[in-house]
Design a binder for this molecule. Structure first.
Ligand code: SER
Length: 584
């Protein structure tokens, strides 16, 4: 069995149990600048977990492309991945614990054929916020889980929430026993020694948490997530995901090309290349901030390890092709995006090579200073500056320092690095929180303005203009669109005037649900057709704009204020970017 077979079995199984298969949302959440990447299958479903009606009903299933970046520096070991696929099934106020656990048990034991003895489960032990989950434990026993394979743990292990605020609840997690020796007599699924590997998480989402504490949601939901790469690895009896068909061809090729082998470097190259491919295919581009910076780091780290393996960087193009070839059965969209993916990665690699050259110069300056002062060590500030400003990794600094007979003050560097990480972690939590806490009146207004801008560009520039992305904060909007030239001042003025004309006409914003095909036939605009479910919501603004969109929007364009274009610039090849604001 391969990963794709597990995915197909999963979706079919839940389809048989009344679920509708919905498409994976893009890795880059649309119109949602508050999160970096889609990190879990539930993320695009938050409004529906909170009670909004989903057009496809109350039982859904999908495979979701996910990127999690907290562990980026751990990649290279035998388990951490930045990109992964999560299989999920949801009950939106439909079934709850009993049916959920029964289905999971049936899927694991019957469909995947895992012997019960290999399975253990954990349930919530209870605290002042929510009761001990004896119900789940009882259901597990009833379906056939041996009592001594059922463990109770507290919030750290058995409570799930994305970030600090949002829908959440106790969960029951399923573990696979790898057969390794117990680490000690208290070895259990939460000890992390590697004997037990978590394979599936069913969250019983009936609470909402905000800064005031917990409250009950309108409905009781189930949100489950099963990590595909991990399950695939276990079923194939492999020690790491790199030994499965997902990575093996690329790992072998790297071994063939490497002049100096290092398995950690090969894993980093294979993993980061796959993540970069997936992110770029969904519209991500390298930059110095947020998600663009994550992509930049992935490509740079990959390049550095290609260097370490002494693989000629001219091989990169072939390696990307091989990787796409290997992945395209699972992600057919990659075939169409092959050229742009190669272009983006190779351009970023070239930039990095230049950065390394700059970094070496800076390093030279630092060395002169240190030698003049007759010091033995390169101080942490310098290592950090080389790292943070010049993208010069401490390992490289270390190698060069050695050649000069110097040491690195890694203690101080680590301290600075930790402070920096702490700051960015707080930043991303803030972001996720923002996403779940919902939209503000400002971001809603900007969201409607992007539809007007999209429509105005089509009138002024031409029908071939299409949205390529957008980014909204309460202060401004950014809109990327396909266009082969820099807009002239007249064009910018015309676009601005047209949007303002529509705003002054007080056009109503209306929403309707329709079949995807009918929506497209009716001329509704959409960004990625394959990414929408069969029934879609379509927002219209008077008769000037019609777009497939999840909302929310203002009710009338008169709520928007004055639309002002602040900047028009290149975003990437063939894509222009407009920054605009709404003045009240
Ligand atoms: N949201 C839960 C998780 O990410 C279950 O899907 O683990």
């Amino acid at each position: 069995m391969k990963a794709i077979d597990i995915r197909n079995k999963y979706l079919k199984f839940f389809e048989r149990h009344g679920h509708i298969v919905i498409p994976s949302a893009p890795l880059i959440p649309e119109n949602d600048p508050s999160v970096l990447f889609t990190t879990a299958g539930m993320q695009p479903l938050v409004p529906y977990l909170l009670g909004e009606k989903h057009p496809e009903g109350t039982r859904l299933t999908d495979y979701q492309k996910c990127v999690r970046t907290v562990d980026i520096d751990e990649v290279g070991d035998n388990r951490h991945l930045t990109y992964f696929e999560m299989l999920g099934n949801w009950s939106l106020g439909d079934y709850f614990k009993e049916e959920s656990i029964k289905m999971s048990f049936e899927f694991l034991t019957k469909e995947l054929g895992i012997p019960v003895e290999k399975l253990s489960v954990t349930v919530f032990a209870g605290d002042e916020d929510a009761p001990r989950d004896e119900e789940s434990a009882r259901i597990w026993e009833e379906v056939g889980m041996p009592k001594d394979h059922i463990y109770y743990f507290g919030k750290d292990d058995n409570w799930w929430i994305a970030g600090e605020e949002g829908p959440c609840g106790p969960d029951t997690e399923m573990f696979y026993d790898t057969g390794k020796e117990p680490c000690n007599k208290n070895c259990n699924p939460s000890c992390g020694c590697g004997k037990y590997v978590e394979i599936w998480n069913n969250v019983f989402m009936e609470y909402y948490k905000n800064k005031d504490g917990y409250s009950k949601l309108k409905q009781r939901n189930v949100d489950t997530g099963l990590g595909l790469e991990r399950m695939n690895m276990l079923l194939q009896g492999k020690e790491t995901p790199y030994d499965t068909e997902i990575f093996k061809p690329i790992m072998d090729k790297l071994l063939e090309l490497a002049k100096v082998d290092d398995i950690t470097s090969r894993r980093i190259v294979a993993e980061h290349m796959r993540s970069s491919i997936m992110i770029i295919s969904d519209g991500g581009r390298p930059s110095n901030v947020d998600r663009g910076y994550v992509l930049r780091r992935l490509i740079r780290r990959m390049t550095r390890h290609l260097n370490k393996l002494q693989i000629n960087l001219d091989e990169l193009s072939n390696l990307i092709e091989l990787n796409i070839e290997n992945l395209k059965e699972m992600y057919p969209e990659l075939a169409n995006n092959k050229e742009i993916i190669k272009q983006v990665i190779i351009e970023e690699k070239d930039k990095f090579i230049k950065t390394l050259e700059h970094g070496e110069k800076e390093f030279g300056k630092a060395i002169t200073k240190i030698k003049n002062e007759r010091l033995q060590k390169i101080d942490g500030q310098t290592i950090f500056k080389l790292y943070d400003t010049y993208g010069f990794p401490p390992e490289v600094t270390g190698d060069l320092a050695k050649e000069q007979g110097l040491e690195l003050d890694m203690e101080e560097f680590k301290k600075l690095y930790k402070e920096h990480q702490e700051k960015s972690r707080m930043g991303s939590e803030q972001k996720f929180k923002g996403g779940l806490a919902g939209e503000t009146p400002e971001t809603i207004a900007y969201h409607t303005a992007t539809h007007l801008l999209n429509a105005a560009l089509k009138v002024v520039i031409g029908k071939d203009v299409h949205q390529k992305g957008s980014n909204i904060t309460p202060e401004r909007m950014r809109f990327d669109f396909s266009c082969d030239h820099k807009l002239t001042d007249e064009e910018k003025k015309e676009v601005e005037e047209l949007v303002n004309k529509w705003i002054s006409e007080s056009l109503p914003v209306t929403v309707e649900e329709m079949k995807k095909e009918d929506a497209i036939k009716s001329g509704a605009e959409c960004m990625f057709i394959e990414k929408y479910p069969d029934i879609v919501t379509v927002y219209s603004i008077g008769t000037v704009s019609k777009e497939l969109c999840g909302g929310p929007h203002v009710k009338n364009t008169s709520e928007l204020g004055k639309f002002v274009i602040k900047k028009e610039e290149a975003s990437s090849q063939g894509v222009r970017r407009i920054k605009a604001i709404l003045e009240k």
